[in-house]
Design a protein around this ligand. Structure first.
Ligand SMILES: [Zn+2]
Length: 815
């Protein structure tokens, strides 16, 4: 598309000269006025204002905005539909999903698209308190049920102003035009496209992020074109409207994104999660060890329950009817790692397919059953489920999904992997899913969450461009999740580039990414542009090595230093580089850590249970803490934490690897008759630190590091030490513990599942099988607490009164 356009623009530009050169601004004097309809929608009014703002920034002339043309200005800029555009025969007909028209004549320009205002259906919450105190009971009364409703409860989050002021006199008292995220915005897209052709760029939120070329005259360029995006729905979770950060909201608009009012993730939880449902319908929940799990925050559903199915169908129909949503999710709650053990669910798992296929048939069969019911009343609406975690692979027993089912693949194209293998593998996954549905796919993409501990420079222009090009025509929705903190883009100085590349390519996949990137570097970093391009390209090509190879980190940092040296301080370029510089602090610390020799730490080689010789032992394996399987050869012991001497109460352990989990077997010697001080029997409780406990600290090839705490009663707690401190406890290892208390010892067997998928940073240990050339690092520590004193020991003593010294972690690989 782009090549044809360039030719067209070139030809028309010449005609414009021939037509006698109309000007919008000539030598600083305004020659045009902006005309909108008297009762113009919100987005039309915003589009007119954006046009006015940027023409003023470019040429220092402020154009008048009005609904009645005056005689004062010869040129008319018509923005959005109005009587004048109808007279010209230019309408927004057929312009969906943000598409727009740009048409001009000798002394006029039309920029328009569909600008339909969104009106939230009642009941909807004006604030969180409003939901809890007023609207939830209205919703309950309407439905006669006890369901959550994330769409209505969170509606206020999608409004750029105070939601209480919506449709009141007060709504624009601050001088801004307030908008809904679901407002249509074709005319605004047309205005931005027109401004981009003048050279305006919005790379990052705020003034520092934009490029505005100054000129004293602005010509009325001749054009006649309709532009449609390459993807219908282009959702980027960049700015939350609720944060009311005007620069961030405007930035997301300038990127040309859109969204639909729907429930698109983990839809089943809204039927089950409320306390009333947990109490009244325990049979909706997974049966684990003879008990229905109605207590854990992400308690999962028993997908064989016929009553749950009926209630889910009623929920979906209600959201369709009351909120006019086009799509509703029927996806399990997050952390779906344990299947229900009831008689009806028995035999539904396919564990032999591996983690990504464990519950594929189980989950997708449920989705299909809900879909068949819903289709009887709402054949035109869609249900959606994610191809995610334990149901990521397509089901084997379902040939075709129901025609009203949409598949949403989490990370269904590479995010930062440059290698062919990953591209091909994901292409195969998309192909396999497409064979099971006649509908286009939706892709949810998670980019590095720098607010949750990612510290590498995150630049993926080539991977993004290729991924979007590869999926055009197969995908109706791109749903991009990036780092957000307090409603705005986290570390904007680094994280803006991926968003910009996404934005441009979602509109037109045929662009040249190298041209786009070098233009960006030149305009944004000035004299440092060439070096920044080298830095960005190097970081993209070596992203995975930036956590483990000191020479790669050194090279990246030195490329950046060269870029920094090219700019003069106090310039706008220096300010932009300073944001990157700041972000790189963590990488510099990491470099020091990587460069620190770890030669003096112990090396542990774990048994590999996937080998044939362990087949029999594995088959009889019981996670009961007794360590009676033949592979529990307790080959390593612990020493006193500070001085490295033998402790009064010794401990020994073994580590084994089983493909998708790592196991620790640990035996703790103690006094006869009272071998254990148990402070809690419940998992996830801080009380675990008040009694005897073990700590397993795991730094994988992918993440530094996880802390898993277990005690003699089998209670377990997990922390992600790589995340910011306030988020340590948001992570869960989903570990299972078997514990045994003997006469003069206690022992545990700990199963820690390991995934290679980085989809879900809040669950599971992420990493690849530890190998000799790419080991993990770890420590196993014990704290024995008695009234008579505390003894602290570890496999690799730290020499200080703490377990948390990663430089002392031992090496771990699977032999
Ligand atoms: Zn069940």
């Amino acid at each position: 598309m782009s090549r044809i356009l360039i030719i067209a623009v070139g030809a028309l530009a010449m005609t414009s000269v021939a037509l006698g050169d109309s000007f919008i601004v000539e030598d600083g004097a305004p020659l045009a006025e902006i005309i909108i309809a008297e009762d113009a929608p919100r987005m039309t009014r915003l589009a007119a204002r954006e046009f006015q703002t940027y023409v003023e920034k470019i040429a220092e002339a402020k154009l008048r905005i009005g609904s009645a043309p005056s005689d004062e200005f010869p040129v008319k800029i018509y923005i959005g539909q109005s009587p004048a555009t109808r007279e010209l025969g230019i309408t927004s007909e057929g312009l969906e999903f943000g598409a727009y028209r740009m048409v001009s004549g000798e002394d006029w320009l039309v920029l328009l698209g569909d600008d339909t205002d969104w009106r939230p259906p009642e009941p909807w919450a004006r604030s969180n308190t409003d939901w809890l105190e007023n609207k939830q009971s209205e919703w309950d009364e309407l439905t006669g049920a006890k369901w959550s409703n994330p769409l209505a409860a969170g509606m206020y989050r999608h409004y750029s102003g105070n939601a209480w002021h919506f449709e009141t006199e007060a709504q624009e008292a601050d001088g801004e035009i307030h908008i809904w995220e679901f407002d249509q915005r074709g005319s605004l897209n047309a205005v931005y496209a027109w401004l981009r052709e003048l050279g305006v760029r919005w790379y990052m939120p705020g003034d520092l992020g934009e490029i505005v070329p100054k000129q004293s005259s602005v010509r009325l360029r001749q054009m006649n074109r309709t532009v449609r995006p390459d993807f219908e729905v282009r959702t980027m979770h960049l700015a939350q409207y609720h944060s009311r950060s005007r620069p961030d909201i405007l930035w997301s608009l300038r990127l040309g994104v859109n969204d639909i009012p729907s429930i698109l993730h983990h839809g089943i939880r809204y039927v089950t999660e409320r306390e009333e449902q947990r109490t009244e319908h325990p049979d909706y929940f997974t049966l684990i060890n003879g008990q229905r799990d109605t207590t854990s925050p992400t308690a999962n559903a028993c997908l064989s329950s016929p009553e749950l199915l009926q209630e889910n169908v009623r929920f979906v129909r209600t959201i369709f009817d009351l909120y006019n949503a086009p799509v509703v999710s029927v996806m399990p709650h997050d952390g779906f790692n344990q299947i229900c053990e009831c008689a009806l669910c028995d035999g539904k798992a396919t564990l032999e397919r591996g983690y990504s296929g464990w519950y594929s048939d189980y989950v997708w069969e449920y989705v299909n059953r809900v879909a068949r019911e819903v289709a009887k009343t709402h054949p035109d609406r869609k249900l959606l489920c994610g191809a995610y975690s334990t149901y990521r692979f397509p089901p084997e027993k379902i040939d075709k999904l129901e025609p009203n089912v949409l598949v949403q693949i989490t990370n269904g194209r590479p995010r930062w992997e440059m290698d062919e293998e990953t591209h091909n593998q994901l292409e195969r996954l998309r192909d396999e899913w497409q064979q099971r549905t006649a509908n286009p796919l939706s892709l949810t993409m998670n980019y590095p969450f720098t607010q949750r501990g990612e510290f590498r420079p995150c630049y993926f222009p080539h991977v993004i461009a290729r991924g979007l090009r590869d999926t055009q025509g197969q995908v109706w929705r791109q749903d991009i999740w990036g780092p957000i903190e307090r409603g705005v883009l986290h570390r904007p100085g680094v994280n803006h580039l991926n968003a910009w590349i996404h934005a441009r390519f979602m509109w037109d996949v045929e662009q040249d990414v190298d041209e786009l990137l070098s233009e960006y570097c030149r305009l944004f970093y000035g004299p440092a542009g060439e070096h920044m391009q080298m830095f960005i390209e190097y970081c993209e090509a070596n992203f995975d090595k930036l956590t483990k190879q000191p020479e790669t980190v050194n090279r990246a940092l030195s490329l950046f230093e060269t870029a920094k040296a090219a700019v003069e301080s106090e310039t706008v370029y220096a300010q932009r580089l300073a944001l990157v510089d700041d972000y790189l602090e963590e990488l510099r610390k990491r470099k020091d850590q990587l460069n620190r020799p770890r030669d003096d730490v112990p090396v542990f080689s774990a048994y590999d249970l996937t080998r044939d010789k362990w087949k029999e032992a594995k088959a009889g394996f019981k996670l009961d803490g007794k360590l009676d399987e033949s592979f529990w050869v307790l080959q390593a012991g612990m020493k006193e934490l500070i001085n490295g001497r033998n402790p009064a109460f010794g401990s020994t352990f073994q580590v084994v690897w089983d493909g998708d989990a790592i196991y620790f077997g640990i035996r703790c010697e103690d006094v006869e008759g009272a071998p254990a001080n148990v402070s809690t029997t419940e998992s996830g409780k801080p009380a675990i630190w008040n009694g005897d406990h073990l700590e397993i600290l795991l730094e994988t090839d992918e993440h530094a590091y996880y802390q898993i705490v277990v005690n003699p009663a089998g209670a377990v707690t997990g922390l992600d030490r790589g995340a910011p401190q306030q988020e340590w406890f948001s992570w869960s290892p989903e570990a299972e513990v078997g514990a045994h208390i003997g006469d003069d010892f206690w022992s545990v067997e700990v199963r820690i599942p390991v995934t290679q998928s980085t989809d879900d940073p809040l669950h599971l240990v992420v990493g690849r099988k530890p190998m000799q050339d790419l080991p993990w690092h770890f420590n196993v520590c014990r704290k024995r607490i008695r009234e008579t004193g505390t003894e602290v020991s570890a496999y690799s003593p730290t020499g200080a009164n703490t377990f948390h010294d990663a430089s002392k972690f031992a090496k771990l690989y699977v032999r």
